[in-house]
Design a protein around this ligand. Sequence first.
Ligand SMILES: Cc1cc2nc3c(=O)[nH]c(=O)nc-3n(C[C@H](O)[C@H](O)[C@H](O)COP(=O)(O)O)c2cc1C
Length: 218
Amino acid sequence: MNKDMILKAFQFRHACKEFDATKKIKDEDFEFILETARLSPSSFGFEPWHFIVVQDPSLREQLKDGAWGAKLKLDTASHFILGLTMKKSYMRYDSPYLQSFMKEVQKLPNDVIDAKSGFFKDFQLSDFNLIEEREVYDWASKQCYIALGNMMTSAALIGIDSCPIEGFNIEKTEQLLAKEFGVDMDKYGLSYMLALGYRKVDQPIKTRRELEEIVTWY
Ligand SMILES: Cc1cc2nc3c(=O)[nH]c(=O)nc-3n(C[C@H](O)[C@H](O)[C@H](O)COP(=O)(O)O)c2cc1C
C-alpha cells in the first residue's frame, strides 16, 4: 500500500446516501472494519465504546421512526452500526468499572492503578473540567468518533462505502434502544450510526477548503 492508494481511498470515501441493497459485505471484510474500531486509541485507553450491529430488518424498520437521516440507509446498507458511548457513572475517575478495567483489561498492577487513577482524577477535575454528566459524556463520545473515523477509512481502503449518521432524535432513538435492543441507557448513550455497503450511484464531486486555509504554521 503506497501513499497514492491511501489518498485514493480518502477520495473514494464519501457520505453514501443510498447503497446497492443486493450487495453484501463479506464477513471477513466486516470483521476487519470492526477490528479497526477495536484497535482505535482512546483517552487513557479506557475504550468508552460499544457497537451494535443491526441486521434484523424489523429492528431497522423501527429505527427509522426516530432516525430521519438514516431511512434510505437503513433500507439499503449491507451492515448498520450504532455507536454507543459510556456515561459518567462508568467513565468517572472513581468508577468501579474503570478500576476493574485497569485490572482486568489493561492488566495493571495495583500500585500503577492507584497512580493512574490519581492522574486521571486530576485530568478530569482540573485539566479538562469534566464534572457534569454531559461534559463527561461528550468527552467520552469524542473518542468514539475516532473509532468511527477509523471504520470509515478502513472500509474505504478495501472499497467499501459508508455513511456516518447523526440524523436522529436522540431521546426517541434511545427509548427504542432501551425497549427493543435491551440497551442499558444508564450505561450508554447513542453517539452515532454508521451505514456500510456498496454505493448505488456515482459519488458527487468532493469539495474541501485548500490546505493553506486550514493549516497554520509557526
Ligand atoms: C458526525 C457526522 C454526522 C453526519 N450525519 C449525517 C447524516 O445524518 N446523514 C447523512 O446523509 N450524512 C451525514 N454526514 C455526512 C456529511 O454530510 C458529509 O461527510 C459531508 O457533507 C462531507 O461530504 P463527504 O463525506 O461525502 O466528503 C455526517 C457526517 C459526520 C462526520
